[in-house]
Design a protein around this ligand. Structure first.
Ligand SMILES: Nc1ncnc2c1ncn2[C@@H]1O[C@H](COP(=O)(O)OP(=O)(O)OP(=O)(O)O)[C@@H](O)[C@H]1O
Length: 260
C-alpha cells in the first residue's frame, strides 16, 4: 500500500478543501439558528488544521459540511475527493471483527478482494494492532476501537481525514498515545487532517494551524500557526505557552457571548 503522497506537484498544490463564505442556518421550531456565518477556510495538501471553539459554535456542523453530509445555506464547500470521517464513538460494526471492519471499508473503496487481506494486515500493523484482527469490537478497549476506526478511515484511501473529537472519551494516557500515533501517521501518509476539539492543548499539540471559531454564530475569530516541530508532546513548554494564549482568547470570547 502506498502511504506517501505520490501525486503530481500540480495536484498537490491545490487545496484538499476550500470553504468560501459558508453560512449554515438550521430551523429550530419556527426560528432560524445561524450555526455558521461567513466561514472561509482552505486546507492545503498534508496540512493538519485543528478547529476550536466553545460548545455549540458550529464545529461539528463545519465537519458535516466538509464531509458532504449536509449542504451550506449559502457559500461553497469543495473537497478534492470524498473525505474520511471519524467521530468520538468509533462506530464500528459490532458483528464484524476488527479486521472485518477494515475490510469492509476497503471493499467499499473498491479494493479488489485478492488484495484486501494484505492491506487489512498492513493497516492493522500501522495502528499497532497487528495481532488483534480477529477480535470482536466488544473485546477491544476504547483506545483500540479508535485505532481500528483510524485504520478504517485510512483504508478508504481518502486524502482528507475529518476528525470530530475522536479522543474525547478516552483517558488521558490513552489519548496521549493516540496523539503520538496520529501525528506519526499524518507525517507518514501526507494526508490532510481537520480535527475538531474543545481541548486547547490537544489542538496545539496536534495542529499546524489552530482555527478559533466564535460562539454562535460560528465565525473564524482568529487563527494561529503552530511553529513547533513534531514530534511534540502535550507537556512541551511551547505547547503550554501557545495554549495559554489561545485559552485567554477563548475565555474572552465565551465572556463576550455570555454578556451579549
Ligand atoms: N440538525 C440540526 N438542526 C437544528 N439545529 C442544529 C442542528 N445541528 C446543529 N444545530 C445547532 O447548530 C449549532 C451548532 O451546533 P454544532 O453541533 O455544530 O456545534 P459544536 O461546536 O460542534 O458543539 P459541541 O462542541 O457542543 O459539540 C447549535 O446551536 C446546534 O443546536
Amino acid at each position: 500500500m502506498t502511504l506517501v503522497d505520490e501525486r503530481s506537484p500540480q495536484t498537490q498544490a491545490s487545496p484538499r478543501a476550500t470553504v468560501r463564505g459558508v453560512t449554515k442556518v438550521f430551523s429550530q421550531g419556527n426560528q432560524g439558528v445561524t450555526a455558521l456565518d461567513g466561514i472561509d477556510l482552505d486546507v492545503a495538501p498534508g496540512e493538519f488544521v485543528t478547529v476550536l471553539g466553545a460548545s455549540g459554535c458550529g464545529k461539528s456542523t463545519l465537519l458535516q459540511l466538509l464531509a458532504g453530509l449536509d449542504k451550506p445555506t449559502s457559500g461553497t464547500v469543495e473537497t478534492s475527493s470524498q473525505p474520511a470521517l471519524m467521530f468520538q464513538e468509533s462506530a464500528l460494526f459490532p458483528w464484524l471483527t476488527a479486521a472485518g471492519n477494515i475490510e469492509l471499508a476497503l471493499k467499499l473503496a473498491g479494493v479488489p478482494r485478492k488484495q484486501r487481506a494484505d492491506r487489512v494486515q498492513e493497516l492493522l500493523t500501522l495502528v499497532r494492532l497487528g495481532s488483534a484482527g480477529e477480535r470482536r469490537v466488544h473485546e477491544l478497549s476504547g483506545g483500540q476501537r479508535q485505532r481500528i476506526a483510524l485504520a478504517r478511515s485510512l483504508g478508504q484511501g481518502a486524502d482528507l481525514l475529518l476528525m470530530d473529537e475522536p479522543f474525547a472519551a478516552l483517558d488521558a494516557i490513552t489519548r496521549d498515545v493516540l496523539h503520538e500515533e496520529l501525528a506519526d501517521l499524518w507525517q507518514r501518509t501526507g494526508m490532510s487532517v481537520v480535527f475538531v476539539t474543545h481541548n486547547v492543548r490537544e489542538a496545539v499539540r496536534l495542529g499546524q494551524r489552530v482555527v478559533l471559531l466564535s460562539s454562535r454564530p460560528g465565525r473564524v475569530l482568529r487563527t494561529w500557526d503552530v511553529e513547533l516541530s513534531q514530534p511534540r508532546t502535550i507537556e512541551d513548554p511551547g505547547v503550554g505557552a501557545l495554549s495559554a494564549e489561545i485559552t485567554a482568547a477563548l475565555r474572552q470570547e465565551i465572556s463576550r457571548h455570555a454578556a451579549a
